[in-house]
Design a protein around this ligand. Sequence first.
Ligand code: ZN
Length: 147
Amino acid sequence: MPDLRELYQEVILDHSKKPRNYRKLEPADRHAEGNNPLCGDRLTLYVRLDGDRIADVGFEGQGCAISKASASLMTDAMKGKTLREVEGLFDAFHGLVTGAPGGDRKALGKLAVFAGVSEFPARVKCAILPWHTLKAALEEKDTVTME
Ligand code: ZN
């Protein structure tokens, strides 16, 4: 068994204690709510668009350190990205945390700290929840539930 403490690296702890972009955007062009009932993570994600680019993104909610840190680092990474770049980052992050090959890992930058999550199947949904919620918001769906 890998050591769970190794998962909670400094970057993850910092972002879970002081989440960046933790605010409701008003007005927002898109928003969606994400739930991960297995852990109790819930968040609402707000997106402001500028053409096909993400102009701003914020979130509110409650959850474990992994889900909060993932939302914090993801929202930081998404500002100014085109919808196409968002798709690419989603695929790369999904591969990173599920241990699947593929995607441009280098594009993930700081998000690479979540690589350790792939060793902890119960934590994968926590890490990926904000990403699925962003995708739902962009696809104009109201809610997404991790099952
Ligand atoms: Zn969680």
